[in-house]
Design a protein around this ligand. Structure first.
Ligand SMILES: Cc1cc2nc3c(=O)[nH]c(=O)nc-3n(C[C@H](O)[C@H](O)[C@H](O)COP(=O)(O)O)c2cc1C
Length: 175
């Protein structure tokens, strides 16, 4: 599958087959996610397959369907103090903005890699951060940014529309 095919084929999938996802495949996908562009290599991935823990994550998200995904990857940003950036003019960005961008790039890479292997995914951004951190035992410095539900799709969701290209693309200035 080409990158373009993966981009165009990806949909948010919220219904999954019971079929498990092989561990080697998960490792391969996470390896690809690791190669996404990153400012500080702050991304951490916790792969959750235990039924009880998935239920707890679903509850932390107030989204019951999450527990039905064979795999939920909790993506965190390790915000541990880094003395080497303390005096930098862009230290604020390193601490507050780049971790979000790093994890977002990794998540999208993970999702496209998953599509290319016939898997469905859904990005879950709405959840109680404290609860998720507690469930996967993140230390204080690691902040949960998103979860990715993953598995072989049980249906083929229709494409959600997007704003027309001419409404979102500007040339030279935002006119
Ligand atoms: C930052 C972010 C947070 C999201 N949070 C959730 C979520 O909590 N639950 C959910 O079901 N979908 C969530 N989504 C998925 C969007 O609803 C979905 O991407 C959007 O409706 C477009 O549909 P598509 O992914 O099929 O193109 C999230 C997506 C993003 C990028």
């Amino acid at each position: 599958m080409t990158v373009e095919e993966a981009i165009r084929r990806r949909r948010s999938v919220r219904r999954f087959q019971k079929k498990p996802v092989p561990r080697e495949l998960l490792m391969e996908l996470l390896d690809m996610a690791r190669w996404a562009p990153c400012a500080s290599e702050c991304c951490r991935f916790v792969v959750v397959q235990d039924e009880e823990r998935k239920k707890q994550l679903a509850s932390a998200a107030r989204q019951e369907w999450v527990a039905s995904a064979p795999v939920v990857v909790v993506v965190g940003a390790d915000l541990m103090e880094r003395p080497e950036i303390a005096g930098r003019w862009d230290a604020y960005k390193f601490r507050n903005i780049f971790p979000v961008q790093d994890t977002a790039a990794a998540i999208q890479t993970l999702m496209l890699a998953a599509v290319s292997h016939g898997l469905g995914t859904c990005w879950i951004g709405s959840f109680n951060e404290g609860e998720v951190a507690r469930i996967v035992h993140f230390p204080l410095a690691v902040r949960p940014v998103a979860m990715v539900a993953m598995g072989y799709p049980a249906d083929e969701p229709k494409a959600r529309g997007r704003r027309p290209l001419e409404e979102v693309v500007f040339w030279e200035t935002f006119k």
